[in-house]
Design a protein around this ligand. Structure first.
Ligand code: GSH
Length: 208
């Protein structure tokens, strides 16, 4: 199958696409046996524009970017991350670490046991509760199977309804313990208790 697209803006401002089979081409049958598609009558190709922020949206974009600055740390460092320099000879020879002038860069964290099977989380991008679940997952450095459940999404929403009785997100299933639950705060508490040091990070604390 071959697809050929041609654009003739100088002639009629229309774009056409023809589709034919390789077999037909080989046999010398080309345009007569191929189908042509053209854009709808009032179609105007969009004008290419330089990327920019609409002047009336600058404050919105700046406000939305603030959380990125405050939460950068949780995106980079896992729970209880600390770094220190130890003399090269005091560092276990079978472990890898960056070496600087005879010292090893020792990195430690306060993570709990690792789940044997990945934890399953049903969520969607624009949900603010789900964003916090994604954050705790990064803090605890967990392997997760994320099931995307956008509004009106047909794929995994019915499954959540079937498993938990309602369509509410985030929803978590831990196949290692057989535990499943709704509610952001409960999910965070469960994850830090089972796979962290038991403490909910201040930035994710509901402070109730
Ligand atoms: N109290 C719940 C609230 C969760 C919630 O309201 N989630 C919204 C999405 S942000 C939801 O499930 N809406 C129903 C839907 O999307 O069908 C929690 O803390 O997890």
């Amino acid at each position: 199958l071959s697809v050929r697209a041609t654009s003739r803006p100088s002639e009629s401002l229309s774009t056409s696409t023809s589709v034919g089979t390789k077999e037909n081409e080989d046999r010398g049958l080309s345009s007569s046996s191929s189908s042509s598609f053209s854009p709808p009558p009032n179609f105007k190709p969009p004008e290419p524009k330089r990327f920019g922020v609409r002047p009336d949206k600058v404050l919105d974009v700046l406000g939305a970017s603030l959380s990125l600055i405050f939460r950068l740390g949780t995106g980079i460092f896992v729970d209880g991350y600390s770094v220190s320099l130890v003399p090269k000879n005091d560092f276990p020879p079978d472990k890898y670490a960056l070496e600087i002038s005879g010292f090893k860069v020792k990195e430690t964290s306060k993570l709990g046991p690792r789940p044997e099977k990945p934890i399953e989380i049903y969520e969607f991008e624009s949900c603010p509760f789900c964003r916090k679940v994604r954050e705790i997952v990064a803090v605890l450095d967990l392997d997760i199977l994320f099931y995307p459940c956008p509004r009106n999404g047909p794929n995994f929403r019915p499954k959540v309804l079937q498993m938990g009785g309602k369509q509410q997100f985030p929803y978590m299933v831990d196949p290692n313990t057989g535990v499943s639950m709704y509610e952001l705060d409960d999910i965070i508490k469960y994850l830090v208790q089972n796979y962290g040091d038991g403490n909910v990070p201040l930035s994710l604390c509901s402070c109730r």
